[in-house]
Design a binder for this molecule. Structure first.
Ligand code: ADP
Ligand code: MG
Length: 632
């Protein structure tokens, strides 16, 4: 306790000590209310949780003035008989735990028996409740902790709690409440959180006379997202379900390429309880590292289930915070599961990573990824494309086995079936890019007049792509695929060994990881203080690029302290390699764009570039129809 010190300041010590006493329940409840119900949304939370614990199939929530003047939560759960109804308003009265050891295995939301007495001590509180065994319900009215009346009332089975004039009796707390808009938004967010976690319960949310959402029980979580958050969020989420080591991660995860400006749609649950978990949000962001641009956030609704004895929820009365008993294990499981799920969603598993063949572009004479000639022949632009000078060295160089297959388009006779295939109308002269799995999905190139921007028309709307990012991604994935397939053993000797002079830190790090680099195909030896010689490099690396690659690798490793696995630095160095030497340029030619886009769609992750920025995005027809306010 703090006592002011000063000559003329009377010390209240004696006065306080002389009157030590146990606080009356009402005051104790009002103090506890400060912790349990700091704002109207917290009241709503406690009441919704009680309704779910009571086995409700239907929950209706109504609020007025951001919940400051009125709140109602009504359910069709088991209700309470008259004795229980009175008892539940006593402090520490709970039907949910009996002994301290039950705390280790909490299955219900509530367990403290604090919410109802706290709320009723700081509001005008009306409880109406009825069980199936009782023909009448019971109504209890409490004002600021004082019982006003208890009487019978007619009502269906269930419980209805109204909370009016919250904190009116505690002006000190009331002044901390924010504006009506802010308090409303907290209530809405909270109701959505619980509705998402319980799609089997019908939820309604009403603001005054306006119904904000009414979501009937649904089997599918995605349906619930569509109903309460809208179609556009539902479209960018995909379901996931992963189980390992006694833990399960389910829910919905943002498809790579979709991101949000805030964390608002990163929703986490542990054992169906909504939580704000640093561990979970860290794992999500870490896993999306290269899939979402910097400063943007992946949408996700993630449910982690694990043995309740491994989670400590009893660290704060509001129970929003939680602690994992095996933090590191949980984090590892989350990152691995999310990464696995992202790959599945983006089709990484389904698209075979085959070696990319190159061919010579007839216009620029450069090697570019080979695509189905039918596409080019059939949908050749009406005007022959003029390659822009200077784009020559922009093309992905992806043949890591050095077996370059050379051919020009003019050498090729179109295949016999070149008039079939249903890729697009033959009469349409616009170039078309194919196919990610579906033969009918076509992108028709419309325009490429703005630098790297390429505009395509698709059956679903328009696609705007960034050609240079596409090029970087193709290079990066090519390197990665070659690295994975040739990983061990395959090494190529350099004609002339390459020497490197390093600074102290880099030199120490290189010394340490020479054996590991050896495993992936580098033969390096030290031949003097801070001097090294490279005699061989992996086959996935072009010999003339091995020197810069190794320098990049060392720079990245020493910048980040050299603590991580070398694979991580190798990957970062690949990113640099893939994005290097794509000099400044005006634009890619139409043929080049078709090649790049076609190749891109065969990539494992065609949505984001190696640095995590989007490569293309779609403008669905629906957006245009919304703008035009009519069908197209
Ligand atoms: P806790 O939820 O921690 O047990 P509360 O103060 O929220 O504490 O509730 C006290 C008790 O009142 C609960 O344990 C439960 O038995 C009963 N109760 C509260 N709300 C409801 C409800 N909506 N339906 C049925 N019983 C309820
Ligand atoms: Mg409760």
């Amino acid at each position: 306790m703090y006592f002011p010190i000063g000559r003329n300041v009377p010390c209240p010590y004696e006065k306080i000590m002389a009157k030590i006493r146990i606080l009356p329940d009402r005051v104790a409840n009002q103090i506890a209310a400060g912790e349990v119900v700091e704002r109207p949304a917290a009241v709503v939370k406690e009441l919704i949780e009680n309704s779910i614990d009571a086995g409700a199939q239907k929950i209706e929530i109504e609020f007025r003035n951001g919940g400051k003047s009125y709140l109602r939560v009504e359910d069709d759960g088991c209700g309470m008989n008259p004795d229980q109804a009175l008892l539940c308003l006593e402090r520490h009265a709970t039907s949910k735990i009996r002994k301290a050891s039950d705390l280790d295995e909490i299955q219900t939301f509530g367990f403290r028996g604090e919410a109802l007495p706290s709320i009723s001590s700081v509001s005008r509180f009306t409880l109406r409740t009825r069980t199936e065994e009782n023909s009448e319900g019971n109504e209890i009215l409490i004002n600021g902790g004082k019982m006003i009346h208890v009487k019978e009332c007619g009502m269906p089975v269930g419980t209805r709690i109204e909370v009016a004039y919250l904190f009116n009796s505690v002006p000190g707390r009331r002044k901390f409440l924010k504006t009506e808009v802010t308090e409303s938004s907290h209530i809405i967010h909270l109701a959505k959180l619980y509705a998402l976690a319980h799609p089997g319960i019908t939820f309604s949310l009403i603001d005054g006379s306006r119904t904000l959402f009414r979501s009937p029980a649904c089997e599918d979580l995605l349906d619930r997202v569509r109903e309460i958050f809208g179609k556009s969020l539902a479209e960018c989420l995909a379901p996931i379900e992963i189980e390992s080591g006694g833990m399960n991660l389910g829910g919905l995860l943002g498809k790579p390429g979709y991101s949000r400006p805030t964390r608002k749609e990163m929703l986490f649950y542990v054992n169906r309880r909504p939580v704000e978990s640093k561990t979970m949000s860290y794992a999500l962001l870490e896993a999306y590292h290269t899939y979402a641009p910097k400063g943007r956030f992946p949408p996700a609704v993630l449910f982690l289930s694990l043995d309740s004895s491994l989670v400590d929820v009893n660290i704060h009365p509001a129970k929003r915070e939680l602690r994992f008993r095996e933090e590191i294990k949980v984090r590892g499981f989350l990152i691995d599961s999310i990464l696995h799920a992202i790959k599945q969603i983006s089709g990484e598993k389904m698209v075979e990573s085959k070696a990319i063949e190159l061919e010579r572009d007839s216009h620029s004479g450069q090697m570019v990824p080979k695509i189905d000639d039918r596409l080019l022949d059939r949908y050749k632009p009406v005007h022959s494309p003029h390659p822009i000078p200077g784009v020559a060295d922009l093309k992905p160089e992806l043949d890591f086995s050095n077996k370059v297959k050379t051919k020009t388009l003019s050498d090729e006779t179109p295949p016999a079936d070149s008039n079939q295939g249903g890729l697009a109308e033959k009469s349409d002269p616009r170039p078309v890019v194919g196919l990610r799995g579906d033969m009918n999905v076509t992108w028709r190139l419309i325009d490429r007049s703005h630098g790297n921007m390429a505009l395509f028309s698709t059956p679903q709307g328009l696609v705007v792509g960034h050609s240079r990012s596409a090029c970087e991604t193709i290079r990066f994935e090519g390197l990665k695929a070659a690295f994975v397939t040739t990983r061990k053993a395959s090494s190529q000797s350099l004609l002339l060994s390459d020497s490197l002079e390093l600074d102290g830190a880099e030199s120490a790090y290189l010394q340490k990881c020479i054996p590991q680099l050896g495993e992936i195909g580098f033969a390096i030896e030290e031949f003097g203080r801070n001097f090294f010689r490279m005699q061989a490099c992996p086959t996935w690396l072009e010999p003339e690029k091995a020197h810069t690659f190794l320098r990049d690798f060392l720079e990245i490793a020493s910048d980040s302290g050299g603590e991580s696995k070398i694979e991580i630095y190798v990957k970062e160095a690949m990113v640099r390699q893939a994005t290097k030497n794509i000099g400044s340029h005006e634009s890619f030619s139409e043929d080049e764009i078709i090649r790049l886009s076609n190749q891109l769609l065969a990539c494992r992750n065609p949505y984001t570039c190696p640095q995590g920025r989007p490569i293309y995005y779609e403008l669905p027809l629906r957006d245009f129809e919304n703008r035009f306010q009519r069908k197209l």
